[in-house]
Design a protein. Structure first.
Length: 317
């Protein structure tokens, strides 16, 4: 169980691969297994429904008409994080996604009026984020995306709701090189925040991230810096190696913490594919503990994504 004095720490500073300090930090938790295995450096590489949480512009890189992903995370201190999302093409140049995140910060929160051994009460806590996102291929080298999140939070008999949103860009100056820029909680204090049942309004602060990826086939290198406005911004990096057609190995480093993982996929019949991803990393809160992440995705397969059609002029009769 969790002491009340540690509630904000556990609600807002849990996840690897995301800046989660401050109000609404749980909505910036890292999801999936690919990004955390790469040290959290995923904003320039994510091409699945998990891009809703990392960089919404990544939805535009969906290679299949529709993909469903389920992720689960086992954390020390009785915490858990689950995420479900789906994404697909809307038009030849547009993709959309929807997702839901559920974060349980532990078996209960212990409230004390004084520094006593036994708590005055033990109450539960749960945080939820529901996300809608869309991305566009603006022109061949540039993709843009946005996401809108509806947040619910509860701590004991106190509850809160609020809105926030992210903006993202992906730029490809070369075919195998990508740059990313993401603004989380893009509305800032004026448009985003929590409205608590105690009539207290909690504001969200903007956070800016930048990243890069380089595909050297079969090796991909990624790097990222988070919270560009903060001199203490976190740097991270990772590498991804395609060992064989269905198997990928990953390793990463973030703030001195090593991470590793793998991904393996298989074709199911003719029009479907399934993929399993796993990541292992050290927990930034319970430094002696390990975080296990598993992601299972299912895609409807199509040989090639359709391109936008161009009108062909016809000769006059």
């Amino acid at each position: 169980m969790i002491r009340a004095g540690a509630v904000l720490l556990l609600l807002c500073a849990e996840a690897q691969g995301a800046n989660v300090e401050g109000a609404g930090g749980f909505s910036r938790l890292a999801v999936g297994a690919r990004g955390p295995a790469l040290g959290g450096s995923i904003t320039a590489l994510d091409d699945g429904p998990t891009a809703l949480a990392a960089n919404p512009a990544g939805l535009a890189r969906l290679e299949q008409p529709a993909t469903l992903v389920l992720t689960g995370t086992a954390l020390p201190l009785e915490r858990s994080l689950n995420f479900i999302a789906a994404g697909g093409w809307a038009t030849a140049a547009t993709a959309v996604g929807i997702g839901a995140l559920f974060y349980n910060p532990g078996g209960g929160i212990e409230f004390r009026r004084n520094n006593t051994e036994l708590p005055d009460s033990v109450q539960t806590a749960l945080s939820q984020a529901y996300t809608l996102g869309a991305a566009w291929r603006v022109f061949p080298p540039l993709e843009a995306g946005l996401s809108v999140k509806f947040l619910l939070d509860a701590a004991g008999n106190r509850s809160a709701w609020g809105f926030t949103g992210d903006l993202g860009l992906l730029y490809h100056p070369f075919r195998r090189f990508a740059l990313s820029l993401v603004m989380q909680d893009a509305g800032g204090a004026d448009l985003t925040g929590f409205n608590w049942s105690t009539e207290f309004h909690e504001q969200f602060a903007r956070v800016l991230h930048a990243g890069a990826s380089l595909d050297l086939n079969p090796l991909t290198l990624v790097g990222e810096v988070r919270d560009l406005a903060d001199p203490r911004g976190t740097w991270s990096g990772g590498l991804e190696l395609d060992v064989a057609r269905p198997l990928t190995l990953r390793a990463g480093l973030e703030d001195g913490r090593l991470s590793a993982g793998f991904g393996i996929g298989a074709r199911v019949r003719r029009r479907a594919a399934v993929r399993l991803d796993y990541a292992l990393a050290r927990d930034p809160i319970a430094d002696a503990g390990l975080v296990h992440r598993v992601a299972l995705s299912w895609s409807f397969v199509q040989d090639a994504r359709p391109r936008a059609r161009r009108a062909v002029p016809t000769a006059p009769p």
